[in-house]
Ligand binder design. Structure first.
Ligand SMILES: [Zn+2]
Length: 220
């Protein structure tokens, strides 16, 4: 893994500088994948596309945020590339919490269907994060409240033709406790390239398990 320069961006709400890591190159060694579609590759860490400003505490998209400059961590002060020295202490951006994601969704943060789909998936993943290493004997309760509303809305933002989106729809139905509907959807994908994953999702439906689980990626 080769980390890139740290990027400094300005919060679009209050102009406070914030800093985030970049990656020059990475690989998928040690990658872990869960049933909700989230992947974590230790040798290819990703910065979430939405950050919370540590000044005004409002969320913003990192990609279109105004770029202020870069910092080459390996070169110390020599690595300061065209940035105001006052920004050297800029804090690293933080991913929104579950509540911050939900507040952003309700405040109309997403301006397009693609943005809404993205933030609703990120909110779902964030809620699942504390449970990614749960023991198989620990099972969550069926989604309620904001979590349920988010999943029901996300269900309608996913298409019926794209295989990845169909798998995500089946997984959302499982998290909602709609096991029969999930199984019906999964049965349509049994002969797809993702058959080994489909089988694992079916087993979870049969067990009436609504928890996120790690996928075991073995050759079919
Ligand atoms: Zn701000």
């Amino acid at each position: 893994m080769f980390p890139g320069n740290d990027q400094l961006v300005a919060c679009p709400h209050c102009a406070r500088p914030a800093r985030h890591s970049t990656l020059l190159s990475g690989n998928t060694i040690g990658v872990r994948i869960w049933t909700d579609g989230k992947q974590l590759a230790p040798m290819s860490p990703e910065t979430p596309p939405i950050a919370i400003c540590l000044g005004c505490e409002k969320p913003f998209w990192l990609s279109p945020a105004k770029k202020l400059g870069q910092l080459d961590l390996d070169s110390g002060e020599d690595g300061i590339i065209d940035i105001n020295p006052d920004w050297m202490d800029a804090e690293h951006v933080e991913e929104p919490t579950c509540d911050e994601y939900h507040r952003a969704i309700h405040s109309g943060f997403a301006k397009t269907v693609d943005e809404e789909r993205t933030i609703r998936i990120l909110a779902w993943w964030r809620e699942n994060d504390p449970h990614r290493d749960d023991s198989p004997s620990v099972s969550l309760q069926t989604a309620t409240g904001n979590r349920r509303k988010n999943l029901e809305a996300l269900l309608h933002l996913l298409g019926e033709t794209n295989l990845g989106e169909q798998m995500m729809r089946a997984e959302i139905l499982r998290h909602l406790g709609e096991f029969d509907q999930s199984r019906t959807l999964l049965s349509k994908m049994e002969n797809s390239p993702f058959a080994p994953v489909i089988r694992q999702l079916r087993i979870l439906c049969d067990a009436r398990d609504v928890s996120v689980r790690e996928l075991f990626l073995v050759a079919d």
